[in-house]
Design a protein around this ligand. Structure first.
Ligand code: AHM
Ligand code: MG
Length: 338
């Protein structure tokens, strides 16, 4: 058998379905439709000021955050693309107050799709990397009309998760529960081409990612961890650490998947009643599944993120993920202070 020069997303998914039984035809369709929507979003992002896509939309989302035009455009593209294929029962998004059941004109599928249509909104207008994050769940068999409670499943039950990063290259990073694959958008062919079939995060790292301006608000275990990193060679870690913070979770997690590192957006005292800034169902969970599938770890403190039982659609979560040894150290510091 001759080896293909390149494997595109369709072929990768067909092989996952046929050879490994990892996915169903409807899940294959779902991932392909999401990828197609991401190509459209990528085009809109690339147009920038020439496409009248920058700036504020003049509205707020359910979490009280001002929406950018591209937040709204990306949300509409994902909704429209996924409405009619028959693969979905309902969708939910950072940009929508409540769940969006598929119109009853169309056949209803067995999957639920959640997304952050454009993560890193504050970076849109300054031409810094942003992305789309998505998570796929199965609707319970006897669910009937899809409701919010059907989405409240722990992250370990996700059947697929991924993101598309709009940076110097547009890349799709995907897991269907058998490792992590990376596809790069070939704009001439218009297709996502497999560029890494088995992404692994190095278990140790010398790089951390956190918004240091919040230092005075952190809990003691996070302070201890970062303090020790900052002491470098002379401190208890006996090595120097580097720091990076893009301010787009997709971009920061992408770097960590590619070369190792640890990403933290922990709970802090600014809003003590909330468990963190990032959202569990469409940010923390899909990123945690990808990171675990690549051999890393993801915790909310002492607890594994994928084991959190959600109670609300837009629930927030403390996030620490990346290279396994560093995340285990953070988990241990949290367990010791509990
Ligand atoms: P968004 O989904 O509204 O863009 O918000 C989430 C983003 C993450 O991508 C990023 O890690 C974080 O917010 C940055 O927050 P901060 O500006 O507090 O550093
Ligand atoms: Mg986001």
């Amino acid at each position: 058998m001759t080896q293909p020069k390149s494997i595109n997303l369709t072929r990768y998914l067909v092989e996952q379905e046929r050879e490994h039984g990892a996915i169903t035809p409807h899940l294959r369709l779902l991932v392909e439709v999401v990828a197609r929507a991401c190509k459209r979003i990528s085009l809109a992002v690339n147009k920038g000021a020439l496409g009248d896509v920058l700036g504020a939309a003049g509205s707020d989302n359910v979490q009280g955050e001002a929406q950018k035009k591209l937040d709204v455009i990306a949300n509409d593209v994902l909704l429209e693309a996924n409405e009619w294929g028959g693969h979905l029962a309902a969708m939910a998004s950072e940009e929508m107050d409540t769940v969006h059941p598929v119109d009853s004109h169309y056949p209803r599928g067995e999957y639920l799709l959640l997304f952050d249509p454009l993560d890193g909104s504050s970076n849109i207008d300054v031409d810094v990397t942003i992305g789309t994050i998505f998570s796929v769940l199965r609707i319970p068999a006897d669910a009937g009309e899809p409701e919010e409670r059907h989405f409240l499943q722990p992250g370990r039950d996700q059947v697929a998760a991924g993101y598309c990063v709009y940076g110097p290259q547009t890349q799709l990073v995907l897991t269907v529960g058998r490792g992590v694959a990376v596809f790069t958008l070939d704009r001439e062919q218009g297709s996502f081409v497999l560029t890494d079939g088995d992404l692994r995060i190095p278990p140790s790292t010398g790089e951390f990612s956190i918004n240091m301006s919040n230092m005075r608000h952190w809990a003691q275990p996070v302070r201890r961890y970062i303090d020790e990193c900052l002491q470098g060679k002379e401190g208890p870690r006996g090595r120097d650490f580097n720091m990076r913070w893009v301010g787009s979770m997709v971009a920061d997690v992408h770097r960590i998947l590619m070369r190792g590192g640890v990403f933290l957006y922990p709970w802090d005292k600014r809003e003590p009643g909330k468990p963190g800034k990032l959202r569990l169902l469409y940010e923390a969970n899909p990123m945690s599944l990808l990171v675990e599938q690549a051999g890393g770890a993801a915790v909310a403190g002492a607890q594994r993120i994928l084991d959190i039982e959600p109670t609300a659609l837009h629930q927030r979560c403390s996030v620490m993920l990346g290279s396994r040894e560093e995340v285990e150290r953070l988990q241990q510091y949290h367990a010791q202070s509990a």
